[in-house]
Design a protein around this ligand. Structure first.
Ligand SMILES: C[S@@+](CC[C@H](N)C(=O)[O-])C[C@H]1O[C@@H](n2cnc3c(N)ncnc32)[C@H](O)[C@@H]1O
Length: 414
């Protein structure tokens, strides 16, 4: 049984300062829960684990990709990319009946790794899904987010025409799966003051689906990376809607990179390497000597804001920061913790929990892009397990509903 206490009590028990515990929470390394009186409480075990990581006394969990036995539930996936979500779902036991992806390199990645998967390389707009009606349990898709027009403010299906969400919704309408699952960035919550998401929810509701959504934090789902993803789940019948429960541990970079296979990777230009060499693990541009900081930051040096992503070096004892489509972007630098270079392709892949055997097609920049675009495989696995539990009619003990768990801010639907 986990022991929960107030921040002050946990600080006393573990001989830590209250500030340290608060800082860890702010960094997304631990989470506050609520007791029945709505007070914020912390798990002593969870905080102890972080303490042990920093003290170098914790046992490594190593790198792993989660897997469960197969089920008979069938999934059709749109916008499949390099297969992060598809592989996580397959690992959760779901059968992949069709994947659609427009990009030739990403499609090649899917075909190369899973020759038995039915990959259609085309624009989703060119496909008719009616032959799959009644044939699949889940339609899923990480549709790229685009703004809608609000003609007449009806905020319905027609308002989304011409967008990729429209194509996702059209597929759901043609297939009528028991579950429709959309995935997107957290920013969708606030996009166009929340109107974009509320339109999407309305469209699914108009098609007869009951909808809930939740922001999931990958670092609490067996992924060594702070990455947030919005998961939208619609169900057609009265099955409960489950989301995966956050774990009370995280994986540090040290744990998952200690035996990473060698691979290709980007390099810094000479001067950038010389400058980045001055940044300690976990540090950023403020850790540079002033003259180098000015040289590196140029005009940004004099502008306000923390810019904590600039000249950033990752920390061995924490999860990675969110990976982007390229490993060395000026605003979102993620330098290797102890070597002065960007992360390699295989390091990128491990941080997204792709197995070492998963090959990526295309040029090195293209491989980074496919990996950076993906849903982390282990996060998708946990989402997939919740979908299996929903379809099985299993009880909720291992899962949470929309309102349980540490809930990020909610959008007010209108
Ligand atoms: C965010 S990525 C999806 C990543 C994927 N869910 C994963 O976990 O690896 C979005 C994908 O949508 C694809 N895409 C964009 N427009 C498309 C279209 N019209 N038809 C099909 N796929 C499209 C992009 O090529 C990209 O791979």
């Amino acid at each position: 049984m986990t022991d929960y206490h107030t921040v002050g009590q946990v600080a006393d028990i573990l001989n830590l300062s209250v500030d340290t515990i608060r800082r860890w929470e702010k960094k997304g390394l631990i989470k506050a829960n609520r007791d029945t009186n709505n007070n914020r409480i912390f798990s002593v075990d969870e905080v102890r684990r972080v303490q042990a990581k920093y003290q170098g006394t914790s046992e490594s969990r190593g790198f792993y990709v989660l897997k469960s036995p197969p089920t008979d539930y069938r999934v059709l996936e749109l916008f499949a990319g390099a297969g992060g979500m598809a592989l996580g779902f397959a690992n959760a036991g779901l059968k992949t009946v069709l994947l659609n992806e427009i990009d030739k390199h990403a499609s090649e990645t899917l075909r190369r790794n899973r020759p038995d998967w039915h990959v259609i390389e085309s624009s989703v707009a060119d496909l008719d899904f009616t032959q799959y009606r009644g044939q699949v349990d889940i339609v899923s898709g990480g549709f790229p987010c685009q703004a809608f027009s609000y003609a007449g403010h009806s905020r319905g299906f027609e308002d989304t025409r011409g967008t990729l969400f429209f194509e996702f919704a059209r597929c759901v309408q043609e297939v009528r799966p028991r579950i429709a699952l959309g995935e997107n960035v957290r920013g969708l919550l606030r996009h166009d003051k929340g109107r974009t998401l509320s339109t999407m929810v309305r469209v699914l509701e108009d098609m007869g689906y009951r909808v809930q959504y939740k922001v999931l934090r990958a670092q609490f789902h067996d992924v060594p990376q702070k990455r947030e993803r919005l998961i939208i789940i619609g169900v057609r019948d009265d099955m409960p809607i489950y989301f995966p429960k956050e774990r009370d541990y995280f994986l540090s970079l040290r744990e998952v990179l200690e035996d990473v296979p060698e691979s290709k990777g980007a390099e810094y230009p000479k001067r950038k390497r010389e400058i980045m060499a001055h940044v300690p693990a976990g540090g950023y541009w403020r850790d540079l000597p002033e003259d180098l900081a000015k040289e590196y930051m140029k005009k940004s040096y004099y502008l306000g804001g923390g810019k904590t992503g600039m000249a950033r070096r990752l920390s061995w004892d924490e999860p990675s920061l969110t990976l982007t489509c390229s490993p060395a972007q000026k605003q979102t630098e993620r330098c290797h913790p102890s070597e002065t270079r960007p992360l390699t392709v295989r390091e990128y892949a491990r941080i997204q929990t792709f197995p070492d055997e998963w090959e990526f097609a295309g040029s090195v920049p293209n491989q980074y892009k496919q990996i950076g675009n993906a849903v982390p495989v282990n996060l998708a696995y946990h989402v997939g397990r919740s979908l299996v539990a929903m379809l099985d009619g299993a009880d909720s003990s291992e899962f949470v509903t929309q309102d349980e768990d540490t809930q990020p801010e909610q959008l007010q639907l209108f």
